[in-house]
Write a protein that binds this ligand. Structure first.
Ligand code: ATP
Ligand code: MG
Length: 415
């Protein structure tokens, strides 16, 4: 993509009412647009990051036998009443509206109820199970506070997966496999080091649920960790019982601020009993289905990466989710030879599947480099009079600033 054609502008200052670091960076670099508190639109660069995140997650979900679907946003009140999750006393984030034709609808903040109900059309016998489905869907939540940029949206993209299993053994196997899949996702997108599988409050069926918590300054959550023993405990379940359960004392644990990037939850057979999702086993007995629910906050991840992996100059995207592989910057100052060399490199790289943002604008060198640092593409390649004279290109790593001179073939193998 030619930067001269990119409609988004970088800016020196974020809007005055923006208090979060991630949104400030993402707005300044032209990845997102703020509509109102907790509501953001995704611009070309931002959408590319979202799509990269989704494709990493999609690969891992597909490897776990997940089948992708897309459920509706509008939700039927009657369904949520069955499970006692319609009332604002039980769920405090509902957005609701009235139909012109009469009656109320809700905007989906999660999808256990509709998906379980839908499965009644598809599950009858033990032969129909297990089923694993997932979606990338815009969730709407009437969050009381929305001061963490895209890390806490009132509208945000979630990957939600649901497992329908025959019994506890089948359920547990999948649940444990999902922990592995989540670990792969977080390490592939550069957050593996600082993301902890954390014990959190459970539901009716289990003592604990599991959250994936990423350490970040000013995170909204607090957890207690022991890295050597690989233990992480959410503050909501930190008590004498839990400590002795894990054979640690409070002094063995360090308090850290985090944000929840993923959550996996065992509903046991409760939800399927409530919504009447049963199957016939081999002996013809009517048995309730086991439900597991597995979320990842896609847009929250974008915020976490932008904020956590940034430096004083701007964002530093890991290559797996960067909007482009290479930021090609020409410094021609009107020199036709230099311009031609940069144009040719752009065309060769693009033809060979390398994703390039090409800064072909006639702006100052200083502005180009500042924008490049702010946008944060992992590799910058500079074409100038000097590089042309050497017959090579200057390659700069965004993260370390390390610079070397390389030829075209090295750049072609960049991805
Ligand atoms: P939190 O405690 O941060 O509010 P939650 O427990 O409400 O999270 P879940 O209902 O488990 O979150 O949703 C699954 C995932 O969706 C979370 O792990 C998180 O990554 C993401 N998520 C939840 N709420 C938001 C939000 N308001 N904005 C962006 N992402 C969110
Ligand atoms: Mg919440």
């Amino acid at each position: 993509m030619r930067q001269s054609k990119l409609f988004t502008k970088t800016r020196k200052e974020a809007p005055k009412d923006e208090v979060s670091k991630n949104a400030e960076l993402l707005i300044r670099a032209g990845f997102i647009h703020k509509e109102m508190a907790g509501v953001y639109s995704f611009l070309p660069l931002g959408l590319r990051v979202i799509e990269k995140l989704k494709s990493v997650i999609r690969e891992e979900m597909n490897s776990s036998n997940g089948q992708e679907i897309l459920m509706s946003t509008l939700q039927r009140k009657e369904l949520w009443e069955v499970t006692n999750r319609w009332g604002d006393e039980t769920v405090d984030v509902w957005f609701k509206s009235a139909l012109n034709s009469g009656g109320e609808v809700g905007f989906g903040w999660s999808h256990e109820e509709p998906i379980t109900y839908m499965m009644k059309d598809h599950i009858a016998s033990f032969r129909d199970l297990p089923i694993f489905v997932y979606q990338f869907q815009n969730k709407l939540r009437n969050e009381l506070r929305a001061k963490s940029g895209v890390m806490r949206g009132r509208e945000f993209i979630m990957k939600d997966m649901y497992s329908f299993s025959r019994d506890q053994k089948e359920h547990d196997e999948y649940y444990n496999g999902m922990i592995e899949a989540y670990n792969k996702v977080f390490s592939r997108i550069g957050l593996g080091e600082d993301t902890f599988l954390t014990f959190a409050p459970g539901g009716a069926f289990t003592e604990f649920s599991h959250e994936f918590q990423t350490v970040i300054d000013n995170g909204e959550d607090t957890i207690y960790i022991n890295k050597e023993k690989n233990i992480a405990i959410n503050d909501e379940v930190l008590n004498e019982d839990t400590l002795s359960n894990f054979n640690v004392t409070r002094d063995d644990l360090r308090e850290v601020k985090t944000t929840e990037v993923g959550n996996i939850f065992n509903f046991g057979t409760q939800k399927c009993k409530e919504l009447n999702l049963f199957y016939n086993d081999k002996e013809g007995n009517k048995v309730p289905v086991w439900l597991g629910s597995y979320g990842i906050g896609v847009t929250r991840l974008m915020g976490v990466i932008a904020e956590k992996l940034s430096d004083e100059k701007g964002i530093v995207w890991p290559s797996s989710v960067a909007p482009f592989d290479i930021h090609l910057v020409e410094i021609s100052n009107g020199d036709e030879e230099v311009k031609k060399s940069a144009d040719e490199l752009y065309s060769t790289l693009s033809k060979n599947g390398v994703e390039v943002l090409y800064d072909d604008r006639s702006t100052s060198v200083g502005q180009k480099f500042a924008d490049s640092d702010l946008i944060g593409i992992p590799i910058r390649v500079v074409v100038s009079k000097k590089t042309l004279a050497e017959g090579k290109f200057e390659r700069v790593e965004r993260k370390s600033g390390a610079t070397d001179m390389v030829d075209e073939s090295t750049l072609l193998s960049q991805t």
